[in-house]
Design a protein around this ligand. Structure first.
Ligand code: MN
Length: 300
C-alpha cells in the first residue's frame, strides 16, 4: 500500500549534494556535506547547467548557508538558491546585469520574509547567499550577502572577492582581529547581513574580468571557518579538475573536524575567448536554466 507522503515544506524538495559538468570552455563542480557533527545539512547550492553547446545568458553559481530552528535553515537556503534561478526568466528588465542580480537577491529576501510568516516552524529563518554569474563579456559578476565566500585563484594567488558580513569579519577589516583569531572567536557566528531577517537587504556587488585558468570557488563557512587559506589554495592548485578540487576541499573540512555543514562550488575557466563567444550567443531557444530536482522550472 502506498501511503501519501507528508506535505513537503517549500524548498525542501530533494536537494542535490553533488553536481558536476564539464564543457570545452568551462568546468564546474559542486559538493555539499553535512559534516561530522550536525544532524542536518542547512547549506544549499545552485549551478546552472547548460546543454552541451550553449552557455548563452550566463552561468549562475550560488552557495547559501541557512540558519534557524527545525527545518527553517534548510528551507531558507534552499529557497534562496532556488529563487536565484528566476534570473533566467524572461521578465523585462532595463538595468544592468549587476542590477538584475541585486534585484533577485532583494526579491529572494522578500520571498523568505513572506514564507516565514506562513509557519511557526519557519520563524527566525535566514540565510547567507553568495552568487556569481559568468557573463558574455568574460566578466564575473558577484552578488553577496553574509559570511559565505567567493574566492578567485589566479596565477597561484588565492584572493577572497567578498567581504564577510559578520562581526568578526568587520573586526578583521578594522585590523582588530587576525583571520586566525576570527576563526576561533566566540562571536564568530554573529552575521551582520543575511536574507530573511530584515525587510531591507543590501547586497555587496563586484565585477571582475576573467582570465584563462582562473578558478572560482564559492564556499560556505564550513570550509573557510575551519580550513586555512593556504590549504584551500593548495587543494585548488593541485587538483587537476573542478570535481577533484571540490572533493579535496570538503575532505579538508572533514579532516578539520567537520564541525559545520560544508559546501563548495568550483568553476575552472578553460578558455576565455571561446567562452565569451558562447556566452554571447543569444540565439532564441538556446536559453537554459537548470533548477534543482523536484523544484519547478522557472517561468519562461
Ligand atoms: Mn555554516
Amino acid at each position: 500500500m502506498h501511503t501519501p507522503s507528508p506535505p513537503v515544506m517549500p524548498g525542501l524538495a530533494e536537494r542535490p549534494s553533488r553536481v558536476q559538468w564539464s564543457h570545452d570552455v568551462l568546468e564546474v563542480a559542486g559538493l555539499s556535506d553535512v559534516g561530522l557533527v550536525r544532524a542536518k545539512n542547512e547549506d544549499s547550492f545552485y549551478i546552472a547547467e547548460p546543454p552541451r553547446a550553449d552557455l548563452a545568458r550566463g552561468v549562475l553559481l550560488a552557495v547559501a548557508d541557512g540558519m534557524g530552528g527545525h527545518l527553517a535553515g534548510e528551507v531558507a537556503s534552499s529557497c534562496a538558491v532556488d529563487f536565484m534561478s528566476t534570473y533566467y526568466s524572461d521578465e523585462p528588465f532595463d538595468g544592468t546585469i549587476e542590477e538584475k542580480l541585486s534585484q533577485k537577491v532583494v526579491q529572494a529576501n522578500e520571498t523568505l520574509l513572506a514564507l516565514a510568516q506562513t509557519s511557526q516552524m519557519l520563524e527566525g529563518m535566514g540565510t547567507t547567499l553568495s552568487s556569481a554569474l559568468l557573463v558574455e563579456n568574460g566578466k564575473l559578476v558577484i552578488c553577496h550577502v553574509g559570511d559565505s565566500r567567493i574566492y578567485l585563484l589566479r596565477e597561484g594567488e588565492l584572493e577572497a572577492q567578498t567581504n564577510d558580513h559578520s562581526f568578526v569579519g568587520e573586526q578583521v577589516r578594522l585590523g582588530l582581529l587576525t583571520e586566525d583569531e576570527a576563526r576561533v572567536h566566540p562571536a564568530r557566528n554573529i552575521i551582520t547581513r543575511a536574507l530573511g531577517i530584515r525587510t531591507r537587504v543590501e547586497p555587496e556587488l563586484s565585477t571582475l574580468d576573467l582570465k584563462p585558468g582562473d578558478r572560482i570557488l564559492l564556499a560556505s563557512d564550513g570550509l573557510h571557518g575551519y580550513v586555512e587559506e593556504a590549504q584551500i589554495r593548495q587543494a585548488l592548485m593541485e587538483s587537476p579538475c573542478a570535481s577533484e578540487a571540490a572533493a579535496r576541499l570538503v575532505g579538508l573540512a572533514l579532516d578539520a573536524g567537520g564541525m559545520d555543514n560544508v559546501t563548495v562550488v568550483v568553476a575552472t575557466i578553460r578558455e576565455i575567448d571561446r567562452m565569451i563567444e558562447r556566452l554571447a550567443d543569444k540565439s532564441p531557444g538556446l536559453a537554459y536554466a537548470k533548477t534543482l530536482p523536484g523544484l519547478e522550472e522557472p517561468e519562461k
